[in-house]
Design a protein. Structure first.
Lengths: 126, 184
């Protein structure tokens, strides 16, 4: 049984989170709360742990519908990429599905690629 | 006018301007003190939890009144400047956030009181942004993983690099005013 799909998704005020496939999480809306780690850090860590347990080759994080995030939220994506990068042995590719029309996604994930390109992939949907 | 202008002492009365990293070359007026018509002014209590709803209001106003490309840039500026003021400003004085437009420029301006150490930190950070906003953004992103002192300052790096807004810091005694602006 997939541990990834069994991860409990928290309810957050401004962002809708759903697990849309055994290796895909989708986030849409905005992340503006002062400390988004309260809702999201635990989720990202649980998804990472589950992906490792499931020995997934790839995890898709679809953020194309996230129109605004604060810098604290960007740090959470950096953290996730760092966890994957620091794994020894099996590790998966973390693929961020992004929109070209959303500026923060272009700049942040381009910069993130330079920090962890060995474990990241960026896909554009629009 | 030069896009960079700094006095000798950041603690008394000084000014530092940093041009945004995108949007082409500088033109006359870019990075200058923004004076003009105030479109919106919101006064927040220092240390309050006013960030989310104030940002939502300012962003909604910008989206409704300004051309499409400018509003999201100002939204980033409004959020990060107000967040800094609420997190690092004095809780004993009010924070003022304004949307201001002149003939050629539009911007968000946030003022609050801060201690001298904060002013020095901001001044140093703006100098780095002025030198290379993209590189500074990358460094702050990296530091957000490794930590360190001072704590990572990703917000202003976003404003300069991602939103392409020109940053300007003015200090009068303990009152600091940060402006993020771009051409209309």
């Amino acid at each position: 049984m997939s541990q990834f799909t069994a991860v409990q998704v928290p309810k957050a005020e401004t962002v809708v989170i759903s697990l849309t496939a055994p290796n895909q999480v989708k986030l849409s809306g905005t992340i503006t709360q002062k400390d988004p780690a309260h809702d999201l850090a635990g989720l990202f860590k649980a998804l990472h742990t589950a992906a490792m347990a499931d020995k997934l080759a790839e995890v898709r994080a679809d953020v194309s519908g996230l129109t605004f995030v604060n810098s604290s939220a960007i740090r959470l994506f950096v953290d996730w990429a760092t966890w994957v990068k620091n794994e020894r042995g099996h590790r998966y590719t973390l693929r961020f599905v992004t929109s070209r029309n959303v500026t923060w996604q272009k700049t942040s994930f381009m910069a993130l690629m330079s920090l962890a390109k060995e474990v990241l992939a960026i896909e554009h949907v629009t | 006018m030069s896009s960079f202008d700094r006095s000798a002492s950041p603690s008394s009365s000084s000014r530092l301007a940093v041009a945004g990293s995108s949007g082409g070359s500088l033109r006359p007026g870019d990075g200058a003190v923004l004076s003009g018509r105030t479109l919106v002014r919101v006064i927040c209590t220092g240390g309050s939890g006013a960030l989310e709803y104030t940002h939502a209001f300012v962003s909604a106003y910008a989206a409704d009144h300004l051309r499409g490309a400018v509003a999201p840039r100002l939204s980033v500026g409004a959020y990060e400047l107000l967040s800094n003021a609420l997190n690092f400003g004095s809780i004993s004085s009010d924070i003022v956030i304004e949307l201001i437009e002149s003939e050629t420029m539009i911007g968000v301006r946030v003022s609050n009181e801060a201690i001298a150490a904060r002013v020095s930190m901001l001044t140093e950070h703006l100098l780095k942004l002025k030198t290379n906003a993209e590189q500074t953004f990358l460094e702050e992103l990296r530091r957000s993983v490794t930590g360190g002192i001072p704590r990572p300052m990703l917000g202003l790096a976003r404003v300069a690099h991602e939103a392409g807004l020109a940053l300007d810091l003015q200090v009068v005694e303990r009152r600091i005013t940060m402006t993020a602006q771009c051409r209309r």
